[in-house]
Design a protein around this ligand. Sequence first.
Ligand SMILES: Cc1ncc(C[n+]2csc(CCOP(=O)(O)OP(=O)(O)O)c2C)c(N)n1
Ligand code: SF4
Ligand SMILES: [Mg+2]
Length: 289
Amino acid sequence: MTTTFKDFRNNVKPNWCPGCGDFSVQAAIQRAAANVGLQPDNLAVVSGIGCSGRISGYINSYGFHGIHGRSLPIAQGVKMANRDLTVIASGGDGDGFAIGLGHTIHAIRRNIDITYIVMDNQIYGLTKGQTSPRSDAGFVTKSTPEGSIESSLSIMEMAISAGATFVAQSFSTDLKDLTALIEAGMNHKGFSLINVFSPCVTYNKVNTYDWFKQNLTKLATIDGYDPHNRELAMQTLMKHNSLVTGLIYQNQEQKSYQEVIKGYSESPLSKQELAIDEDEFNKLVAEFM
Ligand SMILES: Cc1ncc(C[n+]2csc(CCOP(=O)(O)OP(=O)(O)O)c2C)c(N)n1
Ligand code: SF4
Ligand SMILES: [Mg+2]
């Protein structure tokens, strides 16, 4: 049975502020899931904590609203237990690049086959507007009334340096491009990171929709850009201060974690008979007594 984005809708009304960028990210995930031919029970959306973290509750699929900064460990566990599921991890810039940064780096270098979508509003939205590692130096918030004295983390360069095999960036209003990138991420055999500029209209009055429209460059408009050239990807990011959208880098040669791990069964763990008989149980107990 073919699906449309409507099959991935549920009856929960998002409580994001009107105009929040996260609405479009939700719509893009729903469209991408239908476009790659998934059924709702083929998809698991795992999220962290933040306004963005609510997304797992707004999509008709398996959903897991985890804890702050831990969407990736949960998503990786889900994928390892059931390789048949398409797994999306999602959350905010605080979730993935502050408290969860260690998990992000290690999931990248592990190259496990999941798609990680970050709703990057360059602020902590849920907790009412403090700086995140993605806030620019000088950014004024309640927690930095004289302007942030820390610089913003260049997440795309960091991901490529850490060995990422799929790195993309998008803007939440570019629904068509964002949907296509999510589809490409789902089809990529390995870890895909998609950072989405998703404006917080309530607390970030600097990085607004207009600001992004004026400052972003689409990679598709750069003559000769080749997303398979790692060096060119780094140079382009540096030249444009990372304010580019599109597929930045992809390496299709490297095998995913699932392809190289020994003893990883073709049949998902979640579908195996895990019970043991009484003899085996007694043997095990005796071994540890
Ligand atoms: C362990 C832990 N530390 C801190 C918090 C408080 N907290 C909740 S959401 C959040 C940051 C939210 O920012 P982000 O991840 O960027 O998501 P957004 O709300 O901007 O979408 C923080 C610090 C928490 N819930 N748990
Ligand atoms: S506070 Fe910001 S990030 Fe949170 S729902 Fe409102 S606009 Fe979106
Ligand atoms: Mg945020």
